[in-house]
Ligand binder design. Structure first.
Ligand code: P6P
Length: 335
């Protein structure tokens, strides 16, 4: 059977033995995320038609204007994940604190927590540019049957049991890993079914695309400035092409397919970097490494960073292995 006939649900069942914990729980977890993705996709695809775009008139803990779809997507994922008796806790970019989920039965046996950026790149919504959802799955570290604590969320990225993203672009794709490679599924909107379209996704070892917001150039560390100049030199396989969508999921996805590097360093406005460790950098780093790419803060592997707070920010360099190593060389030489 062609892999393109394999649905996401069939793929999960086919591969659940490779999931080192209870297979049934993973299937339940992904079924919920898949449902939420379809619901959000339905709204994102018609955002221009209904009065759901534009600022929601509120700001989140990041101090960012909450777009109505941000708020909507957050509610959809919270509902999908909390009503299926699968997880015991949830952290979201749109929620100031983590959410404790009490299961219907008093023996709260759920073992997983989820961290999510329900709609990443949402400032692009009003201009019809692709956006995405990012999710990260951990096993809880505190005793099963007790309410989750912050310690369940502040785990190193290397402890993730699964991570993935949904990209709402020219097509809607569900891309995830459970530690056994990365696979991409494309939604057939007529059927509402995700089909395996990109098996075993891998970053090319090298590439010629660099993604960075050069508007912040004067605030970048000298090592990043030197790397950008290296990308622009007329030499060897350079100059590289600059591509920056302003949506992490979209820039990451293109770089994973074509080869490239994404950089969000510290700037004057964001001295610790802009991207959040737990629900942006850590899941994307897990996916990157499973796709034979790399992800660091310029000096330390992202998956080795021990989080200290729920909405912690870190500088982020991610993509083709040879490009990330070259950028790290410039960072370390400047240090
Ligand atoms: P800037 C979106 O807000 C986001 O978190 C990422 O998706 C994106 O890559 C980045 O921030 C864009 O930030 O400062 O370049 O607009």
């Amino acid at each position: 059977m062609s892999h393109k006939n394999l649905t996401l649900g069939e793929f999960i069942i086919k591969n659940q033995d490779s999931f080192k914990y209870s297979s049934g729980e993973l299937s339940k977890l992904f079924n919920s995320i898949r449902l939420a993705a379809k619901v959000v996709n339905h709204e994102v695809n018609k955002a221009g038609l209904v009065d759901i775009i534009g600022a929601a008139g509120d700001t989140n803990i990041q101090g960012e204007d909450q777009q109505k779809l941000d708020v909507y997507a957050n509610e959809v994922f919270i509902n999908a994940l909390t009503k299926r008796n699968i997880i015991c806790g949830l952290g979201s970019e749109e929620e100031d604190d983590f959410i404790t989920i009490n299961s219907q039965d008093e023996n709260h046996q759920n073992k997983y927590i989820i961290l999510t950026d329900p709609l990443d790149g949402s400032s692009n919504i009003d201009v019809n540019v692709s956006v995405g959802t990012i999710f990260s799955v951990f096993r809880r570290v505190t005793p099963v049957g007790t309410p989750v604590t912050i310690e369940d969320f502040l785990q190193k990225g290397s402890e993730q049991v699964a991570a993935g993203y949904i990209i709402y672009g020219t097509s809607t794709m569900f891309v995830y890993t459970t530690g056994h490679g990365v696979n991409g599924f494309t939604l057939n909107p007529a059927l509402g079914v995700f089909y395996l379209s990109h098996p075993d996704m891998q970053f090319p070892e090298n590439g010629n695309i660099y993604s960075v917001n050069e508007g912040n150039y004067i605030h970048f560390p000298q090592g990043v400035k030197n790397y950008i100049k290296y990308c622009q030199e007329e030499q060897d396989d350079r100059p590289y092409t600059s591509r920056y969508i302003g949506s992490l999921v979209s820039d990451f996805h293109r770089n994973m397919i074509k080869g490239g590097i994404y950089i969000y360093p510290e700037t004057s406005k964001n001295p610790k970097g802009k991207l959040r460790l737990l629900y942006e950098c850590s899941p994307m780093a897990f996916i990157a490494e499973q796709a034979k790419g790399m992800a660091s803060d310029g000096f330390t592997r992202i998956l080795d960073i021990k989080p200290t707070e729920l909405h912690q920010r870190v500088p982020f360099i991610c993509g083709s292995k040879k490009m990330v190593k070259k950028a790290e060389d410039f960072m370390k030489n400047d240090q």
